[in-house]
Design a binder for this molecule. Sequence first.
Ligand code: A3P
Length: 294
Amino acid sequence: VVKKTENSQVTMRHIEGVPLLGSTCDAWDSIYGFKARGDDILIATFPKAGTTWMQEIVDLILLEGDVEKSRRAPSFIKVPFLELIPLKPMPSGVELAQTMKSPRVLKTHLPINLLPPSFWEKNVKAVYVARNAKDCMVSYYYFQKISKSLPDPGTWENYFSTFLSGDVPWGSWFDHVIGWGKAMDKHQILFIFYEDMIEDPMREIRKVMKFLGKDLSEEVLENIKYHTSFQAMKENPMTNFSLHPNVDQTISLFMRKGTVGDWRNHFSVAQNIIFDEEYKKKMEGSGLNFRTEL
Ligand code: A3P
């Protein structure tokens, strides 16, 4: 693997023990002090859990299925990424959000303990998308290769340990899902599994619609399902990241596979044993049941 220059300059530092991009840490005061609005909708995920997919679903629900309007801008512009400080001259997530009309849809990968407090002060609705750790790991490995904003992942062998120890940007997958999962009884959080979205997209889109207090016809829902399918989003320049200045898709596509169980093509037998042991220790008593295959 040839290290891209931009990638090798990317640094990670810690906020309250959580590894974040150095640029995020530098701007931390403005990020943590972010002023949420009561009608914001927050999409929170660990990286690679299906964030972009949910962004499109939420946007189309708010637009009542108007596909033309959903193509007004790329997903990374329509939905500000709260804690991101882009490499190339683009506005930061906070700046982008401040100029937007309500209702805003916002994206974050922050673990719940680092979320700006104004979100809860304003009782903002959050959709949390969770994806099984094995597929997240594989997806993140490829994404770290193609994103110039993230550190180079190194070899798969090394990455496996790095991910498991939580030393990737935004930290431990385990802490992330457990933290957000626990907060469900305190805040307005809809917890959605990526695997459920793959299994029955209509059922999950309907859940999101109800959570957002909308009532859309079956026809509109079918249309939303169609336009947020893997194939449709892969072909749509507004969703496939082809317009993103900091993602180089020559090595791997952003819309890579979109399946449950691709980890089987990457995990060795030994890695799978190590992973399952660690998983059991960390997830026992969490009450969260992830599926790694359908
Ligand atoms: P893979 O790398 O496994 O293909 P995020 O948006 O959080 O970065 O997540 C990206 C992952 O979600 C990628 O996973 C991508 O292919 C997948 N994804 C994006 N849109 C999807 C869709 N409409 N259906 C299924 N998977 C989708």
